[in-house]
Design a protein around this ligand. Structure first.
Ligand code: ZN
Length: 493
């Protein structure tokens, strides 16, 4: 996609404009669209109380004029939400060139840079569609954007727009990659192929990638992780990506761990049939961390970052692990398997243990971990858990800045008691009547992090939407990608 900044609109075929105006819908600003003939009609419409959004067809192009609510200053999130649906409408009409103007009057406190970044995110993410498997998309006329032009008469702002737009492109690309991976089914994206695609994705970015085989993981004693993979014919692949951006190569890294269950049948604790097909999204955490690490490299963030996922498939066969089995984790703790559907934490705990060789400054894990978090927070927010107030605050601030919603949930000592094993050190789910699935899963992970500052994001609710949100169309959402990029960029600040 070509991004440019200009002081006026140049018309071309298949183009459209989005004009976000201040309360007064200033004539001069409307005329910047180059279609004076429209201005009177549009202004008349916008004068009507309650009309804030006018779509008009000009000589060459389609125009959207948008007025925010009276007295309301737009935030970056408002911009993404305003632009996303328009961008999707344009894509459905085959429009590939968009010009965009945001009046200084609607966002007086936002820099040109942040306006441009949010606008690119809204545009690109709003029109995302997973088209890899369609053969008829051309016939349907859906076309992704090829150029986006910011209109800014004030030339002193051009550099800011350019810089913000470039950031927006890098970040949006990462979100789209996470969405693409998450949407792929197991028969096209099994552990080995996922590892290969991660390598390809990272190629040339300065991020190095290595993959541990099953035999290597066995040698390391990853008994918890490997037990999950037993039931599948697809061998597990433990993927590690390293980015050294800090001036001091020995600076302790931020470790990002993603849950990478390529498909989750539930194992012998089998899931209900109706929605099982969706369990291809159980690797959304892994999709997120490997998308993020490349974006961090492209943004030249001055941090060392390691992204890790213990990737495997939770299948069923005569070899599969069974409820009641006791496995030994890499840390040495023995785990009683009470449910083979609580497999994510078994892979994460060995990934956490492995990451300790890097002496992490902190660990964030991202996982579609529990249905419980969906009961608590719905599909509105992901759960945030952790053992370190400062880090929790940084995570919450990153959510705030990016418009990704997360909510801090507790790990009370009682949740630890709930996962005591009957005959092993711990159980992989709480037994008895306890229903706090999300906190007890977090308590399980906490057992493995020792005193390393750690945050756990449970994205089971937010990784997939079954309807179009303003800039997250029906399907995989890329949840946590933007928030994690922001977190690392602002870490320790
Ligand atoms: Zn499961």
């Amino acid at each position: 996609m070509k991004i440019s900044v200009s002081d006026n609109v140049t018309f071309s075929k298949n183009s459209a404009c989005i004009w976000i105006l201040g309360e007064k819908a200033d004539d001069a600003e409307m005329s910047l669209s180059g279609e004076n003939i429209l201005v009177d009609g549009v202004r008349a419409q916008l004068k009507n109380e309650g009309v804030r959004d006018v779509v008009s067809v000009g000589k060459h192009t389609l125009f959207c004029f948008i007025l925010p609510e009276k007295g309301k200053e737009l935030s970056c999130e408002d911009l993404r939400k305003t632009i996303g649906p328009k961008s999707r409408m344009f894509a459905a009409r085959g429009i590939v060139n968009i010009s965009l103007y945001v009046s200084a009057a609607v966002a007086p406190n936002l820099s040109a840079e942040s306006i441009a970044q949010a606008a690119v995110e809204g545009t690109v993410l709003g029109q995302f569609r997973h088209d890899d498997y369609r053969t008829e998309s051309k016939e349907k006329g859906y076309r992704n954007l090829t150029s986006l032009t910011f209109i800014a008469p004030d030339k002193s702002l051009h550099a800011g727009f350019r810089k913000g737009a470039e950031r927006g492109v890098v970040i949006s690309k990462a979100v789209c990659q996470a969405r693409l991976w998450t949407g792929k089914p197991l028969n096209d994206l099994y552990p080995e192929k996922f590892a290969k695609e991660i390598r390809e994705w990272l190629k040339g970015s300065g991020v190095t990638c290595k993959v541990l085989t099953k035999a290597q993981c066995e040698k390391l004693g990853m008994g918890a992780y490997l037990s999950v993979a037993l039931g599948s014919d697809y061998p597990p692949n433990f993927v590690i990506a390293e980015y050294n951006g800090a001036a001091n190569k020995n600076e302790k890294p931020i470790v990002l761990i993603g849950k990478g269950i390529m498909f989750d049948t539930g194992g012998y604790s089998i899931k209900l049939a109706a929605k099982m097909y969706r369990m291809k999204d159980d690797m959304a955490g892994a999709a997120s961390v490997f998308s993020v690490v490349k974006a961090l490299a492209e943004l030249k963030v001055k941090r060392n970052v390691i992204a890790i996922s213990a990737v495997c498939d939770n299948g069923i066969s005569g070899k599969a692990y069974r409820p009641g089995d006791i496995v030994t984790s890499m840390k040495g703790l023995t785990i009683e398997i009470l449910s083979t559907d609580a497999e994510g934490r078994l892979t994460l705990c060995d990934a956490i243990e492995y990451s300790k060789r890097y002496k992490p400054a902190c660990i964030i894990d991202v996982a579609t971990l529990t249905g419980g978090v969906v009961v608590s927070l719905g599909k509105v927010a992901f759960g945030i858990f952790g053992n370190d107030e400062k880090m929790l605050d940084m995570a919450k601030a990153a959510c705030e800045r990016t418009g990704e919603k997360g909510w801090h949930l507790p790990i009370f000592p009682e949740y630890h008691e709930d996962i005591r094993g009957e005959i092993a050190d711990i159980a992989n789910v709480s037994h008895g009547t306890d229903k706090a699935h999300a906190p007890s899963a977090a308590a399980f992970l906490e057992k493995f992090v020792d005193d390393i500052p750690w945050v756990h994001l449970d994205i089971a609710g937010t990784c997939w939407y079954e309807r179009d949100l303003p800039y997250s169309p029906n399907g995989a959402s890329g949840s946590s990608v933007r928030m994690l990029i922001d977190f690392v960029e602002n870490y320790g600040k």
